[in-house]
Design a protein around this ligand. Structure first.
Ligand SMILES: Nc1nc2c(c(=O)[nH]1)N[C@H]1C(S)=C(S)[C@@H](COP(=O)(O)O)O[C@H]1N2
Ligand SMILES: [Mo]
Length: 425
């Protein structure tokens, strides 16, 4: 197989490792299609479609996906034994294109289930080291200016399955589904804190949710005054219950755990709470037994969503390698793709200009010759961080580590077109 580049490939490159760029795809695609080995195998001589002549279904109050898309659902829904609500579910990344996660497919991570909160009774209280404590109901919040941004949310436990000693036979959503991207709309937290009047002693804000466990995290005041929002809308409609209805804290680029859902309390303090979620959990255990706490922004990362397990290749020919890349440390500068397990790389093309703190779609055309291949992607962000190999990551952080895994991942393509999760580098 070949990865096709926008720049002419060196002729001495082995023929089975080339990726085709967009231009290469067009050129090679035309030739190959004509030869009958491209993306289509036969040209229908007449249409077999018979559009119905009778009127179709009526209008609906709230639309939903086609019945034919019934398999596109959240993956690996799992709860802690003995509970219903403490667990997670993943976004079916391999079935989506573009960059927005439909709200009903946003991944979920709940520590004590989804509380059903009545919006008219819900209040956000700001207290502690402030001049005057304030309470905000939804009506009051709607009188403030709001801001809208498309940004990702990733659980820092995402992709941790790749730390298991043996590569699991899992699909893209099972491994990487704890990341999603939405258009979030809400009130900049800075406005609300400013109104409460920040006491000079304050340097942290302890955010607490109204779920049964009252999950809480300490957030640096600087982040709250920078780009934190109290989010009320997700993709244009009110937040879904599972994503924090009626309001959540949203901290762009930070580990998902800190974006407290069902937000009902913000306490300004001079020190962090050292809560369960920032001591026993969501800390990074290092080889020597010491743990690193307060890792805020998520690292640079990329994943190939197609081809991927379950989306097996039907016959040799031209395919699009398509994936998502993001960084919590700024924007992306580059995504490279390899079809030979990292021996050679080629730049993928972004779908439009990369957006900071968002999921970005990348593509590279690839001509598969029917032989085994190893597909990998490697992202670099605007701060100069590049994804390490798995071996380098484990060497650096040790085998006790679990959170914040961002190494390069590989999909193995077999001669019969099957795609499987594997460890390559
Ligand atoms: N109140 C509250 N906030 C919470 C959680 C929770 O269990 N309770 N889970 C956190 C974790 S670990 C993550 S990764 C994100 C997940 O957000 P989502 O369910 O909207 O995807 O919410 C965070 N905020
Ligand atoms: Mo999380």
């Amino acid at each position: 197989m070949r990865l096709m580049s926008q720049i002419p490939q060196k002729q001495n490159q082995p023929p089975n490792v080339r990726v085709l760029g967009r231009r290469g795809f067009l050129v090679a695609g035309t030739t190959l299609l004509a030869a009958g080995t491209g993306t289509a195998t036969s040209q229908p001589t007449q249409t077999s479609l018979q559009p119905p002549r009778s009127p179709g279904a009526p209008m609906t109050k709230y639309g939903r996906p086609s019945d034919h898309e019934a398999d596109v659902v959240r993956s690996r829904i799992r709860s802690k034994t003995g509970t219903t609500g403490s667990g997670a579910s993943g976004t079916p990344l391999q079935h989506l294109r573009g960059t927005i996660t439909p709200s009903g497919l946003h991944f979920e991570r709940h520590h004590s289930g989804v509380p059903m909160l009545a919006p008219e009774q819900h209040k956000l209280v700001i207290h502690g080291a402030v001049k005057q404590p304030l309470a905000f109901d939804l009506d009051k919040l709607h009188r403030y200016p709001m801001t809208t941004r498309t940004q990702f949310l990733e659980c820092s436990g995402n992709s941790a399955a790749l730390l298991s000693p043996k590569a699991q036979d899992w699909n893209c959503a099972d491994i990487h589904g704890l990341v999603s991207c939405s258009e979030w709309t809400g009130v900049p937290l800075a406005y609300l804190l400013d109104e409460a009047g920040i006491d000079p002693t304050a340097s942290w804000v302890i955010a607490e949710g109204a779920d049964a466990g009252r999950m809480n995290r300490s957030v640096p005041l600087s982040k709250c005054l920078d780009d934190a929002i109290v989010a009320l809308y997700q993709n244009g409609e009110r937040l879904r219950p599972e994503n924090g209805y009626p309001m959540r804290l949203f901290l762009p680029g930070f580990e998902g755990n800190m974006s407290i859902k069902w937000l009902h309390r913000l306490e300004l303090t001079d020190s962090p709470a050292m809560s369960r979620e920032e001591t026993s959990k969501y800390t990074d255990l290092r080889p020597g037994g010491r743990a690193k706490g307060f890792t805020f922004d998520m690292d640079v990362k990329s994943i190939i969503t197609s081809p991927s397990p379950g989306l097996n290749l039907q016959q040799p020919g031209v395919y699009q390698i398509s994936g998502l890349a993001w960084s919590g440390k700024g924007n992306l500068s580059r995504v490279e793709v390899s079809a030979d397990g990292g021996k050679s790389w080629i730049d993928a093309t972004f779908d439009g200009a990369p957006q900071p703190l968002a999921l970005n779609r990348f593509n590279a055309a690839w001509q598969w010759n029917g032989k085994p291949a190893l597909l990998m992607s490697r992202a670099t962000d605007s701060a100069g961080n590049t994804q390490p190999t798995r071996q380098v990551w484990i060497k650096q952080f040790g085998s006790n580590a679990f959170y914040h895994y961002n190494a390069i991942q590989a999909w193995r393509v077999f001669g019969d077109g099957r795609v499987e999760n594997t460890y390559a580098t």
